[in-house]
Design a protein around this ligand. Structure first.
Ligand SMILES: [Zn+2]
Ligand SMILES: [Zn+2]
Length: 144
């Protein structure tokens, strides 16, 4: 790769917001083909090189980070069908049962309240068990 390449930031966020403080409860960033995720222009050289090497520039990628973990700075390759599904699910009204199928940590949503809470408003134990502000319990650990 040459040193004069431009880093074309091209992504869309579908982050749900905390129903108490309006902070993002999960980062759901869809990176378009030939695009880079937000802040890629500030990455270190070796992070950029790794991205360029392992990312398929013909495809969309999902970069996810929620209360239960993240899929890293490159993310997962997604097909158009999943991209459209995610866009539909995360435009209001949210389809909670569908979010459960997409993300094991439900992007920070309490299934009983049907509301999203950020990690400040979820009380999450070191073992990955969260308690929402109304006292509902929910696991966030993918290995459970
Ligand atoms: Zn909050
Ligand atoms: Zn709740």
């Amino acid at each position: 790769m040459n040193k004069n390449e431009t880093i074309n930031i091209d992504s869309n966020h579908l982050d749900p917001k905390c129903s108490i403080c309006n902070k993002s409860t999960a980062k759901i960033e869809i990176v378009n083909p030939n695009g880079y995720p937000e802040n890629a222009d500030k990455w270190a050289r070796n992070d950029l090189e790794r991205y360029n090497k392992y990312r398929d520039f013909n495809a969309h990628y999902l970069i996810y980070s929620g209360p239960g973990g993240s899929n890293g700075s490159i993310g997962d390759l997604i097909d158009l069908e999943r991209k459209e599904r995610l866009q539909n699910i995360f435009s209001k009204p949210y389809g909670l049962d569908k979010i459960q199928n997409e993300f094991y940590d439900v992007a920070g949503c309490c299934i009983k309240c049907e509301k999203f809470y950020c990690t400040t408003h979820w009380d999450i134990s070191s073992t990955g068990y969260g308690i929402c502000p109304l006292g509902h319990g929910q696991p966030f650990d993918p290995h459970r």
